[in-house]
Design a protein around this ligand. Sequence first.
Ligand SMILES: Nc1ncnc2c1ncn2[C@@H]1O[C@H](COP(=O)(O)OP(=O)(O)OP(=O)(O)O)[C@@H](O)[C@H]1O
Ligand SMILES: [Mg+2]
Length: 237
Amino acid sequence: MKYSTSFIIGVEQFALNEGFCVPVTVDFHKAPHMLIAAPSGSGKTYALRYIMKQLRGRGIVYLCDFKGADFFGLQGCPRYYKHFAVSDGLNEVYGILQSRMEEPQAQNKPIYLVFDEWTGFVNSLPKKDQCEYQCKLSSILMLGRGVGVFVILSLQRADSTNFMNGARDNFGNALGLGRLSRESARMLFPDDTDMIQPKPRGKGYLRTDGRDLTEVVIPQIRDLNKTEQLIKQLLTF
Ligand SMILES: Nc1ncnc2c1ncn2[C@@H]1O[C@H](COP(=O)(O)OP(=O)(O)OP(=O)(O)O)[C@@H](O)[C@H]1O
Ligand SMILES: [Mg+2]
């Protein structure tokens, strides 16, 4: 693949304890999509920022921000959608999936649908619309890898009711931060639920590509203004 689909999620907690720094990476070409779950205030939006700033030059990003409170500087960017307009962002990416399926190309530029607060959005919809959007997300999760369309999605509690049957299993990467509920831990890490301990914000566990869990720390973003500028460009050009 021409475009790199690999990026850093954070650093290994274990290595940090030993005094050195080992980046933890994921590769969407091998394991597509990422689900991020954490209680409020545990660092979901922060982790999304950390990931997005690495995507510049690697693909086209659509940011759906249901809460609409954390990305003030992005108002007016063509691929920034907030509040109920997040449905437009999802529709747009779903349309790209369909057209790429109809006319497959060898080298598709990756598309990333970054969705902050999926549960909030789903719960805000009437029942019939819930099914429509869950179904669209499900198609992207199931078919996206082959045509370079990926999802990075956050929610507060990884409950299966937020997804169509089985769709959650198409997330090749799961990141749980902070004090995960038993339910979230079971949903994200079904084989390792008993290992999950409460963590402070910005810290947690990553499962990638079916491998063992890694304890991760999301690093501090040194220059938030610069990051906001990078993300602005990412959603504009
Ligand atoms: N890895 C981190 N390093 C330093 N500060 C962090 C980190 N993660 C989060 N924070 C800080 O913690 C606060 C909460 O983070 P954030 O807004 O990302 O949480 P959230 O899970 O998105 O919460 P909510 O569900 O309310 O949207 C923010 O002020 C953020 O700057
Ligand atoms: Mg948030």
